[in-house]
Design a protein around this ligand. Structure first.
Ligand SMILES: [Fe+2]
Length: 372
């Protein structure tokens, strides 16, 4: 593992974890000047790669659906469809940390585990720390979530930590400088790996005979134990630093509060697309989510109380809006690669520059090429 990363003490005490699971060193020197003389710790968020192994298509209906709806332009391999663009985005961003925001593999189409292996190999190949979370699709694979996590564990640069809470992959990172926490990063599992036959999308999902079926939380959500852990880590950091430490949250399925933000800032009506054009905002909403988490806002309120100023989600591939409201950022990650749904011109990644004073900026990196 890179020498900028080391495991934090206190790891692996599920329920009692109050410290970040890994420490990332901001400096004090060597960080590149990102302009205006300011050094940053740069995070690149890559969303919804959703890579697919068509050899694993489970039945003719899904074969027709996946090829007809998502692969209209032909079925080139994952190299041509995804990784060439991921590599381009990583090279342009030159990040210090990669965050993979879930649906990294399309689990239903990875019953042999080859996509999970490929994903790990590609991510590890960048030679920098990477922090994946699960989306609603990853755990559909017949290989099981424990096997998927075991692949992460074999990658020296992978920071994934199960966390022992609802879901798999609830963990915290701290970007530190001179012993002080500059920024906390929270990575959360929003769960929601649906069972085949669910009315929402009856043809897709995890099958009840999956080896780890009972270990996966099928209902989307951020659960009370996850929120309690979040608060505890933030509180411990506050005590350690003598101040509230700013933080960013990364999760796959958007929070319900996003809709409220869209309404307030852009007069959003469900089903009506818009571009985020206010100063500082960018991107747009072109996909309208009926599937959000945290309907009662309890996680959101806790996160704001804890000093979280940036919320980063994925899941709706055609959305890439980044909107500022009340001192916080509400962002969709730019979709990475061309698997399944995408919005032409809105594929690449999302860059977050964290500065030594705890401030941060967000901007999109769009790939300049199409895959055909
Ligand atoms: Fe998703």
């Amino acid at each position: 593992m890179a020498d900028t990363v080391r495991s934090a003490a206190g790891k692996r005490s599920p329920g009692g974890r109050t410290e970040p699971d890994h420490i990332l060193d901001f400096g004090p020197s060597g960080r590149r000047d990102r302009g205006e003389g300011k050094e940053s710790f740069r995070i690149l968020m890559l969303s919804d790669l959703q890579i697919i192994d068509l050899c694993c298509t489970r039945n003719p209906t899904r074969d027709r659906q996946i090829k007809g709806a998502y692969f209209r332009e032909g079925v080139p391999g994952m190299e041509e469809r995804c990784f060439t663009f991921v590599r381009e985005t990583v090279a342009r961003a030159a990040p210090d940390l990669l965050v993979f925001a879930g649906d990294n593999v399309y689990g239903e189409f990875d019953d042999l585990g080859r996509m999970q292996d490929l994903f790990c190999r590609e991510a590890e190949g960048f030679g920098i720390p990477w922090a994946p979370i699960f989306g609603n699709h990853d755990n559909e694979s017949r290989m099981g979530v424990r096997w998927q996590m075991s692949r992460f564990a074999e990658c020296p640069h992978c920071l994934f930590t199960d966390g022992g809470l609802t879901g798999h992959g609830n963990y915290a990172l701290s970007i530190r400088r001179d012993g002080r926490d500059v920024m906390l990063l929270f990575l959360l599992d929003t769960n929601g790996c649906r069972t085949v036959g669910d009315p929402w999308a009856p043809e897709e999902g995890i099958t009840p005979d999956n080896i780890d079926y009972g270990l996966v939380c099928h209902e989307a959500g951020i659960y009370p134990d996850q929120t309690a852990w979040y608060r505890a880590v933030a509180q411990t950091a506050k005590e350690r630093n003598g101040r509230t430490v700013p933080s960013l949250a990364f999760f796959h399925i958007p929070l319900t509060v996003y809709d409220e933000v869209f309404r307030e800032c852009y007069g959003y009506e469900f089903g009506v697309s818009f571009d985020a054009t206010r100063p500082g905002d960018y991107g747009g909403i072109y996909e309208h989510s009926k599937h959000t988490v945290d309907a009662d806002g309890s996680f959101y309120r806790t996160a704001r109380e804890c000093g979280t100023a940036g919320f980063f989600t994925a899941h709706e591939h055609r959305n890439d809006a980044c909107i500022h409201r009340d001192g916080a950022v509400f962002a969709y990650g730019v979709k990475s690669g061309y698997c399944t749904f995408y919005r032409r011109g809105a594929v690449g990644g999302t860059v977050i520059d964290v500065f030594a004073d705890g401030s941060f900026t967000v901007f999109p990196l769009y790939t300049e090429r199409y895959f055909i």
